[in-house]
Design a protein around this ligand. Structure first.
Ligand code: SF4
Ligand code: SF4
Length: 292
C-alpha cells in the first residue's frame, strides 16, 4: 500500500501526521519525504543516513559551431528553453524539463546531453522504519523532476517490491509538486484544520487530486478550533473523516519540541494505531484485488 499524506496548504500538521503514522505502522514501512523544498520529516524520525546521491536531470548542451540556426529545436521545445534569433542561439537550462526532444530533432548533432544538478537523495533507517528524502538544491526552481526521482529511487522501489508499505509526505499545496507526489499513491490522506482557511484549501486539494481517481480521506488536525465548514465540505464531497487530532496544548508543545505526537500520550498512540487500521480497511478491497 502506498499512502500520500498531503494538504492544500502548509502548516496543517501533515509532516507531524506522517511521522506519527510511520512510528505506529504495524508492518514494514518506508517513510519518504517528498517535500523536497523544505524536507523536515527527518527532524521527527531522526534517521541514520546510510547513503546519498546527487539527483540530476538531462539538459541540452549546445555546440554552436555545429548549429545551422534551422530553429527545429526552438520550434519543438514546449517550454521555450531554447530560442534561436537569426544567428543567435540561446539556451535556458533552468527552464528545461529534460524531455530530450531538442537533442532528437537537431539535424547536425549540435545538441548533446548535459546535466543539471537538481538536489540530492538521501536514504537510511529510523529504527525499523525505512527512510528516504529528497532535498532541492538552493536556487533550483524545478522540484517535480526531483520528486519523481525520489519516488523511483531503489530505496523506495525495492522496499515496495519486498512488501513494505510506503508513506509519502507530500509537499503542501495543489500545484505540480504536490500532484507529482500523490500520483503514485493508492490512497491520499488530506490533513486539514477546521478553519475557513483549512476548508478553502481542502476544497482546492480535493479539486486538484480528484481527477487522479484515487481514494481520499481527511484528517482534521486541531479539532475543536474554528468552525464546522470542513465537516460540511467532507459530507458534501463524500470524503471520510479518518481521524480527528484534538486542539490541545500538550500536543502543540510536543510538536514544537520536535517530538512525534503518537509518542506524546497513550491517547495519541491509540488514535494513530486506530488510524493505521482505518487506512488498512480502506485499502482492503484493493489489496484483495492485488492478491486475487
Ligand atoms: S530537453 Fe526538452 S524541455 Fe529541455 S530544452 Fe530540449 S526540448 Fe526543451
Ligand atoms: S536544431 Fe540544431 S542546428 Fe537547428 S537551431 Fe537547434 S541546435 Fe541549431
Amino acid at each position: 500500500m502506498k499512502i500520500a499524506i498531503a494538504s492544500g496548504k502548509g502548516g496543517t500538521g501533515k509532516t507531524m501526521v506522517s511521522a506519527s503514522l510511520a512510528i505506529s505502522w504495524d508492518r514494514p514501512v518506508t517513510a519518504v519525504d517528498l517535500d523536497v523544498e523544505e524536507p523536515n520529516l527527518h527532524l521527527f524520525l531522526k534517521p541514520v543516513i546510510s547513503g546519498r546521491i546527487d539527483a540530476a536531470m538531462i539538459v541540452p548542451q549546445v555546440d554552436e559551431s555545429k548549429c545551422t540556426y534551422c530553429r527545429e529545436c526552438a520550434e519543438l521545445c514546449q517550454y521555450k528553453a531554447i530560442s534561436v534569433f537569426n544567428r543567435v542561439m540561446l539556451c535556458f537550462p533552468e527552464m528545461c524539463h529534460g524531455c530530450g526532444g531538442c537533442m532528437a530533432v537537431c539535424p547536425t548533432g549540435a545538441i548533446t546531453e548535459g546535466r543539471r544538478i537538481l538536489g540530492e537523495i538521501q536514504w537510511g533507517e529510523a529504527g525499523a522504519i525505512g527512510f528516504v528524502t529528497g532535498r532541492l538544491r538552493v536556487g533550483e526552481a524545478m522540484s517535480p523532476p526531483l520528486i519523481r526521482q525520489v519516488i523511483g529511487h531503489p530505496a523506495v522501489s525495492t522496499a515496495a517490491s519486498q512488501g513494505a508499505d510506503i508513506l509519502f509526505d507530500a509537499p503542501p499545496g495543489v500545484s505540480c509538486p504536490a500532484v507529482n507526489a500523490v500520483m503514485e499513491s493508492d490512497l491520499i490522506v488530506l490533513v486539514t484544520e477546521p478553519t475557513p482557511f483549512g476548508a478553502f484549501d481542502l476544497r482546492l486539494a480535493h479539486q486538484a487530486f480528484s481527477p487522479l481517481g484515487k481514494q481520499m480521506g481527511v484528517i482534521v488536525n486541531r479539532a475543536g478550533l474554528g468552525n464546522d465548514e470542513v465537516y460540511g465540505f467532507c459530507r458534501q464531497a463524500g470524503l471520510p473523516i479518518l481521524a480527528e487530532i484534538p486542539y490541545d496544548r500538550a500536543i502543540a508543545e510536543a510538536y514544537a519540541n520536535g517530538a512525534v505526537i503518537a509518542r506524546s500520550s497513550n491517547a495519541m498512540a491509540e488514535l494513530f494505531k486506530n488510524l493505521v487500521q482505518t487506512l488498512r480497511g480502506l485499502d482492503a478491497p484493493r489489496s484483495e484485488a492485488r492478491h486475487a
